[in-house]
Write a new protein. Structure first.
Length: 105
């Protein structure tokens, strides 16, 4: 699995979210279609990534989480960490950043 293209998606998303005039903010339909076209192979191969990207609550925190998950996947691919251990680390981060704050409400 090569994660290079997924990292380029992260860079693209960072640029889109940093400009208030981008399609991300002005035309979600156009944004979605552009991303699907630019990254059609990845869209087919990694649909869960795009489910996150096209979520109505997607923001810079989401990009940071996605980038972290990709870095862990890269460590697994490079055999720097076991897949189980990476899953535990990612799961704990998701609990800390998403679940625990919801429980406080």
């Amino acid at each position: 699995m090569s994660l290079h293209k997924l990292y380029s998606i992260i860079d693209y998303l960072k640029k889109e979210l940093s400009s208030e005039t981008s399609h991300f903010y002005t035309n979600k339909t156009e944004f979605t279609e552009t991303v699907k076209e630019l990254y059609k192979d990845e869209y087919t191969k990694y649909p869960a990534v795009f489910t996150v990207i096209f979520n109505a609550n997607f923001n810079m925190d989401s990009i940071n989480r996605l980038e972290f998950m990709l870095s862990m996947a890269n460590k697994v691919e490079d055999k720097d960490i076991a897949e189980h251990d990476a899953s535990v680390v990612v799961g704990q981060r998701l609990v800390d950043e998403i679940v625990k704050p919801q429980l406080k409400k």
